[in-house]
Design a protein around this ligand. Structure first.
Ligand code: FES
Length: 132
């Protein structure tokens, strides 16, 4: 994660801004059974690791090469997914991440889509390779 926080145009909620600087669950998990890495159209790459135990997401970690909003979006995706049954975590969408953050500037809303897509891909990886 770069230390540089680029300025973002538009209103930023306090909840989102706080996560620009202090994203939760940042970094790979040492133990995981689902993983995915996606590069979005913006050129930024997000990676998610998930640990699923008895069909429940018990831990999630992420990294991003992207901007402050991508840190906030990735963070909130991990926060929403942690502790959820796998089926509920798989239904977390861009809109849920944006709502939980209190919104992102319109030009950064796609960061939440990249977070949702990468979470879904990590869940799919678990389902394809690890699910009983
Ligand atoms: S601009 Fe690429 S993820 Fe935010």
């Amino acid at each position: 994660m770069s230390d540089e926080i680029l300025p973002v145009q538009g209103h930023v909620s306090p909840r989102a801004e706080e996560r620009y600087h202090r994203p939760r669950n940042y970094g790979p998990l040492s133990q995981f059974n689902g993983q995915a890495c996606i590069t979005g159209p913006c050129g930024d790459t997000m990676e998610f690791w998930i640990q699923v135990d008895v069909e429940r997401v018990t831990r999630v970690g992420f990294t991003t090469t992207g901007c402050g909003p991508s840190r906030a979006a990735g963070s909130m995706a991990t926060e929403l997914a942690t502790g959820q049954p796998l089926t509920s975590a798989a239904q977390i969408e861009q809109a849920d991440i944006l709502a939980a953050l209190g919104g992102l500037p319109p030009a950064s809303e796609h960061c939440a889509l990249l977070a949702a897509n990468t979470l879904h891909a990590a869940i799919q990886d678990y389902v394809e390779h690890e699910a009983p």
